[in-house]
Design a protein around this ligand. Sequence first.
Ligand code: SAH
Length: 209
Amino acid sequence: MEFEVKSNQLIEELRQHGIRERVLGAMKSVHRHLFVPEREQENAYGDYPLMIGFNQTISAPHMVAIMCDLLDIRDGMKVLEIGAGSGYHAAVMAVLAGSGHVYTVERIEPLALLARQNLKKAGIENVTVIVGDGSLGLPEYAPYDRISVAAASPEILDTLTDQLKIGGKLIIPVGKNYQELYLVTKTDGLKKEVKGDVVFVPLVGKKGF
Ligand code: SAH
């Protein structure tokens, strides 16, 4: 009950930020307390990142909301996430994808296991968590309608834009200590738009830092 009150407050704050109702509905349906460690339960509905172990974080709710809003995930889409972490962001995208599917790549194996457990607890069935280097994308299931990168990348990666469908969209933070959040739309070329300043943990790996 206490969780519900805090969750409703959080959703109301996000609504004030102009996040669209479809995204708010998905965020409301995924219980963030199922994705944060025991010691952080009381902070589960605060609008800030939390440590999830291995020096990694679950992103702040407003960041998940903004990225989902910009990415415009629709029913039936095939979505790739780089950086599963706790699995929370993947869960929200999975609700938005509905009959579609989310593939999420995580390089730290224990975190991938944690994400799988959390998704199971939350009853989310349309997410596959894969251990690997997401800086190379996930060619096995390409091309994707949408790609969401949850770690700071040195550049807009060709490995990822190559794995997008025509008409597909990629959201990616680019920069070292601070980043610009890029929304990239693939048509016959690549349309690149900066959507704000953000701070993410680094993308490590072959094409990362
Ligand atoms: N989306 C997550 C938060 C991600 S934090 C959530 O909702 O909880 C960023 C994650 O990216 C970390 O877990 C980190 O281990 C992972 N990461 C960093 N570089 C990576 C790479 N090259 N491939 C896959 N995962 C990577």
